[in-house]
Design a protein around this ligand. Structure first.
Ligand SMILES: *Cc1c(COP(=O)(O)O)cnc(C)c1O
Length: 397
């Protein structure tokens, strides 16, 4: 557990350097008023990352508060039905119920080290907002969370949890009233508050250093899974590594643990939010990446039953991995994801988040189509638990 902050790596999924470039993607396209603030975050992160004090504190929080390491569970009955060997990396068992806490604990510690007293965050499904509110309470910081009005309505439970934890939740009523708009609003708010506030980004999106920093904090998923697979599998490394992709943080953290192996990396997007599979090059929220756009380059609204995948783009490193052919990106429909929640629940006794169910749905489809060889080993990151989705599911199942 001591080494959660990763040994430095070169090559694929290494340090993107000062310009923060992943091939032709990434960078820091921020208004002049944010240039200094973003640079300060990078300096602080570069300093904190190798510091044994920082690493030790983070490792302790991840163990004592977040419940790490999370188990690797063999999905015995579903594996038998599909004719494969499916291993689940159980981020649903973390405190607060999704992988978001890994990143937030890292950034909240960084904010405190930088002398900031308040965290600003955007949230879609509310999981990042809940994680931010949790870390703020734990470390004695304030939290202001921007959330689209539409998401506030469909994720009422998480809104209540954030308020219970002492966070201020600010409704965003512009645009599609979902994650994209909440992110824009949070960045705008930060411009006037950089002195005391730290912007805690929830995925591998945004200007440099966020995509790299968030992946680095999420890499604990991949690093733990790598060690667990080494004892669980005779081959040591799974043949396929699968994760759902909204902005792409749980996938990036998982992939980073296996980028230097023979494992085939698969990112599963919602059909209505498939930035990596169907997007085009553009600049949004401070980075050059792939986004769903219309003929005139306007960002198209994303649509997914899973609020956490309702984002029209993908983090810049995923765009680069796609171009390199190191990872491939596929899409799943709402109906497939809903069926996958039910199937996993009834075969394994695990109610997964709708986001995570996209990854499960792709594995079910690929196994059925013969895309996964009989007996193939598949590591799947189950990014979160489905408690937050029960009211949505009640209408649909
Ligand atoms: C936020 C969220 C996601 C999507 O975010 P990524 O950055 O793509 O990981 C996926 N699953 C759950 C449970 C989430 O809360």
């Amino acid at each position: 557990m001591a080494d959660v902050l990763l040994r430095p790596r070169s090559g694929v999924m290494g340090d993107p350097g000062r310009p923060g470039r992943f091939g032709g993607y990434g960078g820091g396209y921020v208004p002049e008023s944010l240039v200094a603030a973003v640079r300060e975050v990078e300096e602080a992160f570069r300093e904190a990352r190798p510091d044994p004090g920082f690493r030790g504190t983070l490792a302790r929080l991840l163990a004592a508060h977040a419940g790490r390491p999370t188990p690797l569970t063999l999905a015995r009955r579903l594996s038998a039905e599909l004719g494969i060997n499916l291993l689940l990396k159980r981020e649903d068992l973390t405190h607060t119920g999704s992988h978001k806490i890994n990143n937030v604990l890292g950034q909240a510690l960084l904010a405190r080290r930088m002398g900031r007293t308040r965290l600003i965050a955007e949230t879609g499904a509310g999981q990042h907002g809940v994680a931010t509110a949790t870390a703020a309470a734990l470390l004695g910081l304030e939290a202001t969370v921007f959330m689209g009005q539409r998401d506030i309505e469909r994720q009422a439970l998480n809104v209540f949890r954030m308020r219970l934890l002492g966070a201020e939740v600010v409704p965003v009523t512009t645009g599609s009233r979902t994650l994209k708009d909440a992110t824009s609003q949070a960045m705008r708010h930060w411009v006037g508050a950089t002195e005391h506030s730290y912007y805690c980004v929830g995925s591998v999106i945004g200007p440099h250093p966020y995509p790299w920093m968030v992946r680095t904090f999420q890499r604990v998923i991949g690093d733990e899974a790598r060690v667990q697979c080494a004892t669980e599998l005779s081959t040591g490394v799974p043949e396929h590594v699968v994760a759902c992709v909204g902005g792409g943080s749980n996938a990036a953290g998982t992939f980073a643990g296996f980028a230097d192996t023979s494992a085939r990396l698969v990112g599963v997007e919602a059909e209505g939010g498939a930035g990596a599979a169907l997007g085009e090059v553009g600049v949004l929220h401070g980075a050059r990446s792939l986004f769903l756009q219309d003929g005139e380059g306007q960002i198209v609204e994303a649509h997914s039953v899973a609020a956490g995948l309702d984002y029209p783009g993908v983090g810049p490193e995923h765009a680069h991995l796609r171009d390199l052919g190191r990872a491939r990106y596929v899409t799943v429909t709402d109906d497939e994801a809903i069926s996958a929640v039910v199937r996993l629940a009834r075969t394994e006794g695990i109610v997964a988040a709708l986001e995570s169910a996209h990854a499960v749905a792709w594995v079910i489809r690929a196994a059925g189509a013969g895309e996964l060889a009989p007996g193939a080993s598949v590591l799947l990151t189950l990014s979160g638990r489905g408690d937050k989705d029960v009211s949505t599911l009640k209408e649909l199942v």
